[in-house]
Design a protein around this ligand. Structure first.
Ligand SMILES: *Cc1c(COP(=O)(O)O)cnc(C)c1O
Length: 397
């Protein structure tokens, strides 16, 4: 018999009733170190007092009006995002997928509005994840996500990630834009090289294309810069963010330059809840925390600590770990045996991690984790690896 919850997830037999910082607690009071952060969502940890205060304060005043009216909190958050980024304007959504849908609509509208309506095709990359709407599964083109859901939305040309020659070969008279994750998340913590991002920018400029970045997972401080593309020194024309921006409250945003957004006039796009006062109150508090002086430096310091810790575990367990990759607090451990086994041993050691494609175990702690908490989590990962090693019968180093 089907469960009351549509069974689209193979869930771990774990449930949590409260959280504090990087800790989650079960009903029976067992504590787990959360190195997944709800897939890079709870950027400032669980039950963060500043976010609680922002949400409670807004909840007592006003929950919802509509985008038919001005929403002061939405304006405030948009201004913060504009101030801190390449963008001139922002559309708020409830999720990452919707922010990407807005990005694709905006890119196509730009060419229709500027007299090149034939330019509708968009280049995307293998291993990409842009969300689960029909549009976004079409964009990623992955068989796993699209099987049985056809027909797909036409207009996407998928090429190998990092392959500039394939991008050039796929560019034609109908090409409008390129969509790239500066660090692929679901695809297995695969960072685009700074050279590749710069080459994409140059290619877009030379051919009049729009560069769209999906920073839903790698943005909002995850890599130690507010946005991951900052490491490469190039900016997109349009960018989707979500996940960390709400710290756990559903919120996403599509940021754009004035040039790229010119087709999106009144009546072209909308959302009932997007930019709702509750979401934006939390979003403002998250932005304030991430842009506070020294915050990103601290994320970078913790990122180095995490990388060193993971690399020393990789050296200690060479039969289990092939390598470590990622940037800042967005790290991936490439396993030699099935990654699900290591995630499972993590559960046994009361440590939460997240599997990804390419046999990767993702390590995504909250951005405000302390050195001691990070060390505690790494210790639990070591315990998990020790147990896993005994079970696989490998010798270790
Ligand atoms: C999570 C994710 C999405 C989808 O976001 P939702 O909020 O689940 O709709 C899109 N792109 C990337 C890179 C993501 O990590």
């Amino acid at each position: 018999m089907i469960s009351p919850v549509l069974p689209t997830y193979a869930r771990a037999p774990l449930s949590f009733v409260k959280g504090q910082g990087p800790w989650l607690e079960t009903e029976t009071g067992e504590r787990y170190m959360d190195f997944g952060a709800g897939i890079a969502v709870t950027a400032l940890g669980h039950a963060n007092p500043v976010l609680i205060a922002a949400l409670e304060d807004q909840a007592r005043r006003l929950w919802h009006t509509s985008n038919l009216y001005e929403i002061p909190r939405q304006k405030e958050l948009a201004a913060k995002l504009v101030d801190a980024s390449f963008a001139d304007t922002v559309f708020m959504t409830n999720s990452g997928t919707e922010a990407m849908e807005c990005a694709v609509k905006m890119a196509r509208k730009y060419f229709s509005a500027t007299g090149q309506p034939e330019r509708v095709r968009i280049i995307t990359f293998e291993g990409a994840f842009h969300g689960r709407t029909l549009g976004m599964i079409s964009a990623s083109g992955s068989e796993k996500m699209t099987a049985g859901f056809g027909p797909m939305l036409p207009g996407f040309d998928t090429v190998p990630f990092g392959d500039m020659e394939a991008v050039i070969a796929a560019t034609g008279d109908e090409t409008a834009a390129i969509i790239v994750e500066p660090v692929q998340g679901e695809g297995g913590i695969r960072p685009a090289s700074p050279e590749f991002l710069r080459a994409l920018r140059a290619h877009c400029d030379a051919n009049g294309l729009l560069l769209v970045m999906d920073e839903i997972q790698c943005g909002m401080g995850r890599t130690g810069k507010l946005f991951a593309h900052e490491w490469a020194g190039v900016a997109p024309d349009i960018m989707a963010v979500a996940k960390g921006i709400g710290g756990g409250f559903p919120l996403g945003a599509c940021l754009a330059t004035e040039e790229a957004a010119q087709g999106m006039v009144a009546g072209t796009h909308g959302s009932t809840y997007g930019g709702n006062p509750l979401a934006c109150a939390v979003g403002c508090a998250v932005m304030d925390a991430l842009t506070a002086p020294g915050f990103m430096e601290e994320v970078q310091t913790r990122g180095s600590q995490l990388r060193q810790g993971l690399e020393s575990l990789a050296a200690r367990f060479p039969d289990l770990i092939e390598g470590v990759r990622g940037i800042g607090l967005m790290m991936g451990v490439k396993c030699k045996a099935p990654n699900a086994e290591l995630v499972g041993e993590g559960y046994a050691a009361h440590l939460l991690t997240v599997p990804a494609a390419d046999n990767i175990v993702r390590v995504l702690p909250p951005l405000n984790i302390t050195a001691e908490e990070l060390a505690e989590g790494l210790g639990r990962l070591e315990t998990a690896l020790g147990t896993w090693q005994k079970k696989t019968g490998s010798a270790g180093a």
